[in-house]
Design a protein around this ligand. Structure first.
Ligand code: HEM
Length: 240
């Protein structure tokens, strides 16, 4: 964390006179090592958040997340990625008014351990694969049609996946007394049109969770690939 703080500070000092920061958002996450074993974090709604993310060991991970090498004017993005950053406020008062069972129906996973509702409560774990085809004995979908994990799933979005790396924020209270708190949502993808944009368009129309959140600001960043030996980050763009 300290190094992350230090890097933009040094950039800011060196760019003084030529560039100034226009805005900054502060988020937080659990410190690695704070739990006895590595555990997925919980967001401010109390949900385990970050389970179903592409993994670096997946065979198509690099192709999905990093921009492939090209020649020509866009070559400066080779090996880079696009980051979508959104400040999403949580409507925590109405959320807290739901029962745990209702909250689980909104997300599609159990609050206690993050297991998908398609798995039995007694044996399901956070890593039990999600079964979107599963029905309950009374004939309803185990994971409801408007549950967040169904609507956001790759199967519902022509295979679109994103690498989510989110932070929580809490910036005090709004004039009506409700918490000004939520998720600094950050996701990465080689091509945002086949990642975030595709998924968000679907969520907009049919995700139950949208009743409990407000997207307040949004930005997209082109992040160039790492520097080659002797180069600095972004050199191919800045000196083209
Ligand atoms: C405050 C806003 C949000 C909250 C509280 C939230 C919460 C969650 C939770 C609890 C899960 C289940 C655990 C997991 O797999 O990580 C999940 C999954 C997911 N979310 Fe969100 N999310 C939010 C916004 C978004 C947005 C804006 C997107 C994309 C546009 C998104 C995309 C996904 C995806 C792709 C999954 C995995 C679905 C799967 O199982 O395949 N989420 N989210």
């Amino acid at each position: 964390m300290r190094r992350l703080f230090h890097a933009p500070r040094i950039l800011q000092k060196q760019a003084a006179g030529a560039a100034t920061p226009r805005w900054q958002m502060n988020g937080f996450n659990r410190t690695p090592g704070a739990t006895a074993r590595p555990m997925t974090v919980r967001n401010l709604m109390g949900e385990i958040d970050g389970t179903n993310n592409p993994k670096p060991t997946d065979k198509d991970f690099n192709a999905k997340i990093f921009v492939p090498d090209k020649n020509g004017p866009q070559a400066w993005m080779n090996g880079g990625s696009y980051a979508v950053v959104r400040r999403i406020r949580m409507l925590l008062d109405p959320w807290d008014d739901l029962t745990t069972t209702e909250q689980e129906q909104v997300i599609g996973r159990r609050k206690s351990n993050g297991s998908p509702l398609s798995a039995p409560a007694s044996t399901g774990t956070e890593t039990t694969p999600v079964d979107l085809e599963k029905f309950t004995p009374d004939g309803s979908l185990a994971i409801p049609a408007d549950a967040h994990i169904r609507v956001a799933a790759a199967q519902s979005n022509a295979g679109a996946t994103i690498l989510r790396r989110t932070f929580s924020y809490h910036d005090g209270y709004l004039p009506d007394g409700s918490p000004d708190a939520g998720l600094l949502f950050v996701c990465w993808r080689a091509d945002p049109t086949t990642g975030f944009i595709q998924i968000q368009l679907k969520l907009d129309g049919s995700d139950h969770l949208t009743r409990f959140i407000r997207h307040e600001s949004s930005a997209i960043f082109a992040v160039p690939g790492g520097a080659q030996p002797g180069e600095y980050v972004g050199q191919r763009l800045l000196e083209a």
